[in-house]
Design a protein. Structure first.
Length: 89
């Protein structure tokens, strides 16, 4: 029998924090979930999709990196005890 998913108390707050960071054009939130990382520490995983096809130039990569860091830093500031991981698909 599958284990029942345990709700994370800060789930709504985390979703609000992620939504508060302005996403670059062509970036959309796909999923936020909670699990453990490779070392067994609690983690917050935020997955964004890239909806805009276009050149992967230096300016675009810089914009995406800045966005990823901004989301990660805001999640760190919450001090949830979970390590934030922000990725693009």
């Amino acid at each position: 029998m599958a284990a029942l998913a345990q709700p994370v108390p800060q789930e709504a707050e985390i979703a609000e924090v992620v939504a508060a960071v302005p996403a670059p054009k062509g970036v959309r939130l796909k999923r936020i979930f909670f699990d453990n990382d490779h070392a067994g520490d609690p983690a917050i995983r935020v997955i964004f999709t890239l909806t805009r096809r276009g050149p992967s130039d230096k300016a675009r990569m810089s914009t995406l990196t800045d966005f990823r860091i901004a989301v990660r830093d805001r999640l760190w500031d919450l001090q949830t005890g979970r390590i934030p991981y922000v990725r693009f698909q």
